[in-house]
Design a protein around this ligand. Structure first.
Ligand SMILES: Nc1ncnc2c1ncn2[C@@H]1O[C@H](COP(=O)(O)OP(=O)(O)OP(=O)(O)O)[C@@H](O)[C@H]1O
Ligand SMILES: [Mg+2]
Length: 248
């Protein structure tokens, strides 16, 4: 089961503007929490504090009760993988891309130092990301957007993370590819017990995939609870945050 991610009192400024204001929240082990909010509400900023791409002046992030600032940063980023909206694949084959992170860290799935992943490892990782083994030798630039995002997911999984930070991983994808990535993530949580903190500005996506939703507005935690709670009749928080059309 993945780790618990606990965020306490996170406060952050950018160019003298407050982007996070005393945010406290928890993602339990194996839970999917969606961080939902409009553009500029601080979602990416919060996510980046979890794996120390940003180090906030106030507040603490704990992964299984360990303060992340006391952890080795590479160890932290292996344990807590990240998937971005903009997929950056390198020139080369799919297999090159999937093996890249693990080779860089000189640590393959089977702990053989300084070796790239075996073809079996690549096949396994492609399978986890719901891609066919035949794709391994394909040129990475010849992929569809949806395939490229799943290759990026396979690459992230190569370092065997127990939690994932997802920063709008489907917002550049068409609806069918979006559904596919959602299904892949739900299955990964089911089979590997991954803890997922999933940023989205799409209320419908949050409703589909989240165990719990945290609503972030102007850097502040505005509301949190199950999808049923957030979308309950008469609740004003979501409606005040998103245009009515976004909620249909
Ligand atoms: N490097 C930076 N320098 C200055 N301001 C920044 C920087 N990064 C983010 N900000 C500001 O911080 C605020 C929060 O940005 P953040 O990227 O966390 O929002 P977001 O919720 O992820 O938005 P989006 O949905 O558009 O990705 C915004 O007002 C943004 O302009
Ligand atoms: Mg963002």
């Amino acid at each position: 089961m993945g780790p618990t991610i606990k965020i306490e009192n996170l406060t952050m400024f950018r160019s003298q503007r407050q982007v996070l204001d005393r945010v406290t929240m928890t993602v339990a082990g194996g839970e999917i929490v969606c961080l939902l909010g409009p553009s500029g509400s601080g979602k990416s900023s919060l996510l980046r504090c979890v794996n120390r791409l940003a180090e906030p002046p106030v507040g603490t992030v704990f992964v299984d009760d360990v303060d992340v600032t006391t952890m080795d940063v590479l160890q932290l980023r292996r344990q807590v993988g990240m998937v971005f909206q903009q997929v950056a694949l390198f020139p080369g084959t799919v297999a090159d891309n999937v093996g890249y992170g693990a080779a860089l860290q000189k640590r393959s799935l089977r702990q053989r130092s300084e070796q790239a992943l075996s073809p079996q490892d690549i096949t396994h990782l492609l399978h986890l990301a719901d891609l066919p083994a035949e794709l391994a030798q394909q040129d990475s630039h010849a992929l569809s957007g949806g395939q490229a995002q799943r290759v990026a997911i396979a690459r992230t999984l190569a370092t065997e993370p127990s939690a994932l930070l997802l920063d709008e991983p489907t917002s550049a994808l068409d609806p069918a590819s979006t559904k596919h990535v959602e299904e892949t993530m739900l299955r990964l949580r089911q089979t590997l017990g991954l803890t997922l903190l999933w940023v989205t500005h799409n209320p419908d996506q949050a409703r589909r995939v989240a165990d719990r939703i945290v609503l972030l507005v102007n850097g502040r935690l505005e509301d949190e609870g199950t999808p049923e709670h957030l979308f309950r009749e008469g609740s004003t928080h979501l409606a005040a945050t998103f245009a009515a059309g976004d909620l249909e």
